[in-house]
Design a protein around this ligand. Structure first.
Ligand code: THU
Length: 147
């Protein structure tokens, strides 16, 4: 995979990323919403970092899958290089999940650090909706605004 903001995954990498998101959803801790979510982040070195939603008896403290994945990636020392994201919600017969507003902002942080505009694959049983993070979060506030 080459560098630059427009780097895009190969079809096989997209499939691997979606499979990783499904795998992550399998570990979701979502006893309150009964809505397991998995997210997978693909980086420019080929690494995939996953996350699942983690709920809490104090409902409002729930962590989304994308946020958990970003926290793991940043916690591993990753600072940019985000090429693509896959998100899957394990409920059948509904529209593909798209990252919530907070997760868009959280994803933007790691994307902005490497000046990439990652492809976001929003996955349901019947559809993969392909958007970019900039489409989901235009005119984003990020690290450069504080520089
Ligand atoms: N959720 C995510 O994990 N990602 C999103 O982008 C939207 C919502 C989770 C949070 C909560 O655990 C459950 O889905 C229902 O809102």
């Amino acid at each position: 995979m080459g560098g630059g903001a427009k780097m895009r995954p190969e079809p096989a990498q997209e499939q691997a990323l979606i499979a990783a998101a499904y795998g992550a959803a399998g570990a979701a801790y979502a006893p309150y919403s009964d809505y397991p979510v998995g997210a997978a982040l693909l980086f420019d070195d080929g690494a995939i970092v996953t996350g699942c939603n983690v709920e809490n008896a104090s409902y409002g403290l729930a962590l989304c899958a994308e946020t958990v994945a970003v926290a793991k990636a940043l916690g591993e020392g990753r600072r940019g290089g985000l090429v693509a994201v896959a998100v899957v919600g394990l409920k059948s017969g509904i529209e593909p999940i798209t990252p919530c507003g907070r997760c868009r902002q959280v994803l933007n942080e790691v994307a902005a650090l490497g000046a990439t505009d990652p492809l976001v694959l929003c996955v349901s049983e019947s559809e993969v909706r392909r958007v970019t993070l900039a489409m989901l979060l235009p005119h984003a506030f990020g690290p450069s605004n504080l520089a």
